[in-house]
Write a protein that binds this ligand. Structure first.
Ligand code: ADP
Ligand code: MG
Length: 720
């Protein structure tokens, strides 16, 4: 047995437990060792029975005089009672609903009992104490010490984990290879791994628990930093097509725009253009608040790429957004003689636009051929091909083969893996080259996350909004103020403004049933909520206004029509699910009404709000609440106050922890590292340490165990 032995091979862990462990991501002995307790129960107060006080957590050591289980007739509960004595006295212990205890604890047994004392009718007794048989203090794991408490999944108790961990830790005593460089251990005065791994599970003192935790926090963050920095180095060794900057073209494009670019837009575009001049792949994240104008930056870079004779793939998270980007990009680039295509998943018809306002629909097959440049539907000649292809995930399907792809733009998806990038170029003699990547997001990324999880991306920031935008008035609305809000909405609509209403999933009816309902994941309850709200608004509240609804379960033709109608002001109020969340750009919409606002995360609320405030008109965001929950209130307050996405994200990180934020939970990052993401100092320190190591030893030849740990990381982490 080694520490990488799979848990199946451990005697005493049967198939049922294997399954439960795997649910926690625990596959090997090492994984088990690194499944740390999230807190400790302090049972170290070992006292003689005569010294027991009321309402005190303590441990006693004694012999069981008698023990029996009975059933209380009133509440039909099992009650196990025991009398335990030591040299100084005797005390009663009481357990509820653990009838099996009488099979484990027998008369005459020597036991340790740890728990709280309470005063009952017949004096002081221990209630539901933890128990452990034996006579010697050393070696205790459930009582008489700082006892580890693990986050438990069903059927995997802390008691069981302690038992397994103790035997395995003893089995591998002093055999874990040191992962951290000795130099770092010395500098930081960390506990060596073997001591730390024991102390984090079974600490001799609070101080040692803290110190071992510190060590592992460092270690896990350090590994993430190493991982990310190595990805960066690896990418730097890849080749990409160098795209020269065509200043003339860019200048005339910028002059053709109906507005002036902000300085940050210019700077971001310039940074991307400069990156793409280099023969190695750009890996740039463009972070800009909602409405800051990222699309036009992407258009500049795509235009420059097209003029150099290469193609751009522009990927959006949803069909509606793909369509919108297609319209926008076509609109701003219409004087630049480009072929721009739209490819989404569900339909057979696709558009390709060329020159001015000329739009044509062509079949999927034709479009696919055009991507590769086989025919031109206008001239029927072979010379022309799609310059910019905009679409959903359909873009990375096998049939899409780019002839000369040099740039991938990804909207609102934080990462786009090297493999995915490589796949886009497959089969066309381009394997040697990776496309450049421009990833765009409105999610404000706190600095700690930017440094770690996004550490392999270069960052461009658009930190200012276009001139003339007004601050969005944001208000938390209580149920009593609902009608007032409706009146206000009616007034604004009469002024020819438009309104979004967002509905969360609302559990109507049986909560439990719906929680277990798989369909819920697909958004059915959300759809139901939207339908109900739509009925109410269109029939009862605003029968005189034009109300429409939009949800993810509609056919894309239908969705498109509804969006198009909204764009064209044919609709006053659009009731929608969170599909509206990212990217939708309807400047005339000035009211965002969010139902059940407390159910959404801060980042998401912020995104919703960003759908309005996109014109010179005053915009409003109403947060309607149903729950008085404290934490949620705090979140809502934060959004009312905050104008700045960054501050807000940091707040959210503080309130919720990074796991819920940005869906990072699925990334497989160890809990300890997750917790440490709040700690900027530690993040910076581990980053520096990682840089130093990689400078000295880029392939980690001198750190085989660290290297091994990283390769495990690679399998576990998928930051996409
Ligand atoms: P986001 O960064 O949220 O994706 P968009 O690219 O959708 O923002 O731009 C939001 C709106 O702002 C669009 O209608 C766009 O035409 C407009 N816009 C972009 N840049 C500017 C600017 N510099 N001045 C005025 N309006 C701009
Ligand atoms: Mg956008």
């Amino acid at each position: 047995m080694t520490i990488t032995t799979p848990i199946e091979k451990i005697p005493g862990i049967g198939p049922v437990f294997q399954k439960r462990l795997k649910k926690l991501g625990i596959k090997t002995i090492q994984d088990l060792f690194f499944h740390f307790p999230h807190r400790y129960e302090d049972f170290s107060n070992l006292i003689p029975i005569s010294k027991i006080k009321i309402n005190e957590t303590c441990t006693i050591q004694g012999k069981i005089l008698e023990i029996e289980t009975s059933r209380t007739w009133k509440r039909k509960m099992f009650l196990t009672q025991a009398i335990v004595t030591d040299k100084t006295g005797a005390i009663k212990a009481v357990w509820f609903n653990q009838p099996y205890l009488t099979r484990i604890l027998k008369k005459e047994d020597n036991v340790f009992l740890s728990g709280k004392t309470v005063l009952g009718n017949e004096g002081v007794y221990l209630t539901n104490p933890a128990y452990e048989k034996g006579e010697l203090v050393p070696g205790l794991i459930h009582t008489g010490r700082l006892v580890p408490v693990y986050s438990e999944t069903e059927g995997l108790s802390s008691r069981w984990l302690r038992y397994i961990l103790k035997s395995l830790l003893l089995r591998f005593k002093n055999q874990l290879p040191e992962t951290l460089p000795i130099k770092i251990i010395a500098e930081e005065e960390f506990l060596p791994i073997n001591q730390a791994i024991w102390q984090i599970h079974f600490p001799d003192s609070r101080d040692l628990a803290r110190r071992s935790r510190e060590r592992f926090s460092f270690e896990e963050l350090f590994c993430i930093e190493l991982f990310v920095l190595r990805e960066r180095l690896k990418l730097a060794r890849e080749k990409a097509i160098s795209i020269p900057v065509k200043l003339e073209t860019i200048r005339s494009f910028v002059n053709s725009l109906p507005f002036k670019l902000t300085d940050d837009q210019k700077k971001s575009a310039w940074q991307a253009l400069k990156d793409m001049e280099k023969p190695m792949p750009m890996n740039r994240l463009l972070q800009g608040d909602v409405g800051s104008g990222k699309t036009v930056v992407a258009a500049i870079v795509a235009l420059n790429t097209a003029k150099a004779g290469f193609q751009t793939a522009f990927m959006a998270p949803t069909e509606i957004l793909a369509k919108q980007h297609f319209e926008t990009v076509h609109n701003v680039l219409k004087d630049f003689n480009l072929n721009i295509g739209l490819l989404t998943g569900k339909e057979d018809k696709f558009y390709s636009k060329k020159l001015k306002n000329d739009t044509i629909e062509i079949s999927r097959n034709k479009l696919l051929k055009l991507i590769d440049g086989e025919i031109n539907p206008y001239t029927k000649k072979l010379e022309s091909k799609i310059n910019i292809l905009i679409g959903t995930h359909a873009l990375i399907q096998d049939k899409v083969k780019f002839g000369k792809l040099a740039l991938v733009v990804v909207d609102e998806q934080h990462r786009f893996g090297v493999e995915q990038r490589a796949r886009l170029c497959q089969g066309y003699g381009q394997e040697k080259f990776l496309p450049h990547l421009l990833s765009m997001t409105a999610t404000p990324i706190p600095r700690t996350l930017a440094l770690t999880i996004y550490g392999d991306l270069d960052l461009s920031l658009i930190n200012q909004l276009p001139k003339g935008r007004k601050k969005i008035i944001t208000k938390v609305v209580s149920p009593e103020e609902r009608n007032k809000t409706y009146d206000f909405i009616r007034k604004e609509v009469k002024k020819s403004r438009q309104v979004f209403v967002i509905c969360p999933r609302i559990e109507t009816g049986n909560k439990k049933q719906e929680a277990g309902n798989k369909k819920d994941i697909l958004g059915w309850t959300e759809v139901k909520a939207v339908k109900e709200e739509y009925e109410k608004l269109s029939k009862e509240i605003f029968p005189d206004l034009k109300v429409e609804m939009l949800h993810g379960k509609m056919k894309s033709k239908e969705k498109e029509k509804i969006m198009a109608d909204f764009h064209r002001k044919k609709t006053d109020i659009l009731v929608s699910t969170s599909v509206i969340e990212v990217g939708i750009d309807v400047p005339n919409a000035t009211i965002m009404m969010i139902e059940g606002a407390e159910r959404f995360g801060l980042a998401q609320l912020y995104q919703f709000r960003g759908r309005v405030g996109r014109s010179r008109y005053q915009s409003y965001c109403f947060l309607l609440t149903t729950s008085p929950d404290q934490l949620n209130r705090r979140r809502l307050k934060a959004i009312v106050k905050s104008e700045n996405g960054f501050k807000l994200a940091e707040k959210d990180l503080e309130i919720r922890g990074p796991g819920d934020l940005f869906g990072t939970r699925q990334w497989g990052i160890p809990d300890l590292a997750m917790d440490s993401l709040n700690n900027l100092k530690l993040v910076e320190k581990t980053r520096e340490a990682a840089k130093k190591i990689l400078m000295e030893d880029p392939h980690l030849k001198n750190y085989p165990w660290l290297k091994q740990k990283l390769s495990q990381f690679r399998q576990r982490i998928h930051l996409e």
